[in-house]
Design a protein around this ligand. Structure first.
Ligand code: F6R
Length: 251
């Protein structure tokens, strides 16, 4: 992958926003792959600003999020459905009907609803394909190298499917659930690594010392299911934008 080292999150956000704004101008029904988490927030803000300043028509832009918890209704403030709507759909002024999150069809269906949950993954991949495929997928990375909710050990060929959340991720995310791990869902539905690799351009953002090891493994380690983000090495057009701290373990 191409690695770009920037000063900070804002500068990374500008790079993403400029390229996506140009994409939307040339392709008004562009398909954006969206991520939750803190890493892409400045990028979404920068894009919202360009869209406004340059009066870009985004009414036909389509969006597909990476992942969602199992068992949270769409209206739950910590559902990724609600998060994507708050951080992307509203600020950019996208058509909510054109932005999809993997758990949308489940709307809080409990884990016991196995058949419905099993069907949701392949249906999501089919919807992405029918939309024309993702043009630009934005990604964050976990300290353990996860992308989406594909934790270490996830198959590099995987499609969208249900996964168990690892203990550490549930501990990390408890801050969004009254610091109570018992409120954090135990399972999620996530685009697979195979799904992610089908996007035409991948843009992975990582900031801070805590991501340095995962970035070194992603860029300079072997391609391995033990660092899911290392699958980016298999992609013909992957861009990794990092600050100095996240780049500090690169050789
Ligand atoms: C988000 C997602 C996760 C995050 C990753 C990094 O939809 O799937 O893989 O991108 O955990 O999170 P932040 O950006 O908060 O450090």
């Amino acid at each position: 992958p191409e690695v770009i080292i920037v000063k900070n999150q804002e500068e990374a956000g500008e790079l993403y926003a400029r390229s996506v704004a140009d994409l939307i101008k040339s392709k008004p029904n562009a398909v954006l792959g969206l991520a939750t988490g803190s890493s892409p927030l400045a990028a979404y803000q920068a894009l919202a600003k360009i869209v406004k300043d340059e009066s870009i028509d985004v009414s036909n832009v389509q969006g597909f999020a990476l992942d969602e918890y199992i068992g949270l209704p769409l209206t739950h403030p910590e559902s990724y459905h609600a998060t994507i709507h708050r951080t992307v759909v509203e600020p950019l002024g996208l058509d909510p009907a054109k932005v999809h999150v993997p758990g949308d069809v489940l709307n809080g269906a409990p884990l016991e609803d196995g058949e419905k949950i099993a069907a949701a993954g392949p249906a999501y991949d089919k919807a992405i394909a029918e939309a024309g495929g993702i043009d630009v997928q934005i990604l964050g990375i976990g300290t353990d190298g996860h992308v989406g909710f594909n934790e270490p050990g996830s198959s590099i060929a995987s499609g969208t499917r249900i996964k168990t959340l690892v203990e550490q991720t549930r501990i990390d995310n408890a801050r969004f659930f009254d610091n109570d791990i018992n409120q954090v869902p135990t399972h999620c539905i996530t685009q697979g690594i195979g799904t992610i690799l089908k996007a035409r351009h991948l843009v992975l953002l990582a900031f801070g010392e805590g991501k340095a090891e995962a970035i070194a493994e992603t860029v300079e380690g072997g391609v391995s299911a033990f660092c899911p983000a290392s699958a980016l090495q298999l992609h013909p057009h992957a861009t990794i934008i990092v600050d100095e701290a996240a780049a500090s373990r690169l050789r």
